[in-house]
Write a protein of this length. Structure first.
Length: 416
């Protein structure tokens, strides 16, 4: 791992992203007019993909230096490699974190974060409507190892405080709180500042899934210590060609997560890290355009007779309108809407789309829609789906970077 140079302090996220997180060299190391034939070989502006699975050592001294972190270097790819380091450096700078870890998927990041901070007999409080994969992990996997999960109806400090008191009264040993900055598909925004305070006051680890917001929309660590996770598969990579995840936070919270990821083989592969880094170079440009398009789509949908409800945190009608203004840098690039005709209207709409892809993910550079009731929330019971907002008429849209008029024309012909 490398240390960030002082010159990087205060750089804007756009600058950090455009440079792919590369450190700004100190003035004496910059070359300039004096750089002559004896100066080191020019470095490639874009780093190569390093596929080596293992490294060769000059002897025991060097092995010990590298293994114990006194000399920069790598031992074995499951532990770390240069492309992973570069992506981690970029995420660390963007999130304002002491440490970041790149994992083989968003779920890999969540598994590593949870297993590092939980043991047999511990309990988790999660917001209702968490990503289906996270709920399935808690119910179908971690439960087998003696971890209990309880769900909280609102991502607010008051609701979590009450759930914490109830869980403690039941004799549960709560260790971790889990929320999503922006929840799927309700787009409900978590009251992050109060939750950070609640976790700190009770010695709990607060895990925040920041996937929908991206580090450009929210940097929870500015408010206090917490563990931020992302599925980089979504907006951060943005090109529909890599699965990945990251965990970022204070060193004392991320170090144990790294140990788990190394032991379980959950770290990200070199080509995936390289592609994610390349995707992220344009995150600021994509996300600004996607957010602009989402606002235009939400306004347009609000006036359609086929649409009974539009959920977009930038609309005053959204329950989180005020929270979004406090917690997020912008209302985001996701819009959910309900077709008045329920599932039959959804089936007709999806089959008529031409430009907009019906594709069960989000954050791509092209606009996509999905149907949460049969995708992300498929495994939930009907009442759980209803509570999470995955109603029969609900479609979730992820705004892309196309021209807004082309997106709206396609939505219109599919509804017509
Ligand atoms: C909010 C959220 N978190 C985590 C994940 C899991 O990420 P991955 O599919 O990269 O494992 C997803 C996937 O859809 C998600 O939407």
């Amino acid at each position: 791992m490398t240390r960030d140079h002082d010159q990087d302090r205060g750089l804007a996220p756009a600058t950090i992203l455009a440079r792919a997180g590369r450190d700004v060299p100190p003035p004496e190391g910059n070359g300039g007019p004096d750089s002559g034939p004896e100066s080191p070989e020019p470095e490639p502006l874009v780093e190569p993909v390093t596929l080596a699975s293992v490294y060769r050592f000059r002897g025991l001294d060097q092995l010990n230096e590298v293994w114990d972190g006194r000399q920069v270097g790598h031992v074995y790819r499951r532990f770390s490699h240069p492309n992973q380091d570069s992506l981690e450096r970029l995420v660390r700078k963007l999130e304002g974190a002491e440490e970041a870890l790149a994992c083989s998927s968003g779920m890999g990041a969540i598994v590593a974060a949870l297993t590092a901070h939980l043991r047999h007999g511990d309990a988790v409080l999660g917001q209702e409507g968490l990503y289906g994969g996270t709920q399935a992990l808690l119910a179908e996997q971690l439960e087998r190892f003696g971890v209990t999960a309880r769900y909280v109806p609102e991502p607010t400090p008051a609701a979590f405080r009450q759930a914490l008191d109830e869980a403690r009264a039941e004799g549960l040993r709560v260790k971790v709180l889990i929320v999503e900055t922006v929840a799927n598909p309700s787009l409900r925004v978590a009251e992050v500042p109060g939750l950070v305070r609640l976790a700190a006051a009770n010695g709990l680890v607060l895990m925040i899934d920041n996937t929908f917001a991206t580090p450009l929309g929210c940097r929870p660590m500015r408010l206090g210590p917490c563990l931020v996770v992302h599925s980089t598969t979504k907006f951060m990579n943005g090109h529909s060609d890599v699965i990945g995840g990251v965990v970022a936070g204070p060193r004392n919270l991320v170090r144990p997560v790294r140990e788990v990821a190394m032991a379980l083989g959950l770290t990200m592969a070199p080509l995936d890290a390289w592609l994610t880094l390349r995707g992220m170079k344009t995150l600021h440009l994509r996300f600004a355009r996607q957010q602009e398009n989402a606002a235009g789509i939400a306004r347009w949908l609000s006036e359609r007779p086929e649409v009974s409800r539009v959920l977009y945190p930038g609309l005053p009608s959204h329950p989180s309108y005020r929270t979004a203004r406090d917690v997020l840098e912008g209302p985001g690039a996701m819009v959910s809407f309900e077709l008045a005709g329920g599932e039959p209207a959804v089936a007709r709409f999806l089959s008529r789309l031409r430009l907009v892809a019906f594709s069960p993910s989000l954050g791509e550079s092209e606009t996509t829609v999905t149907y949460p009731a049969l995708t992300s929330h498929r495994s939930l019971a009907a009442d759980e789906k209803a509570r999470a907002g995955a109603t029969p008429g609900l479609i979730r849209l992820s705004a892309g970077t196309e021209h807004l008029d082309d997106i709206l024309a396609d939505l219109e012909q599919a509804m017509g």
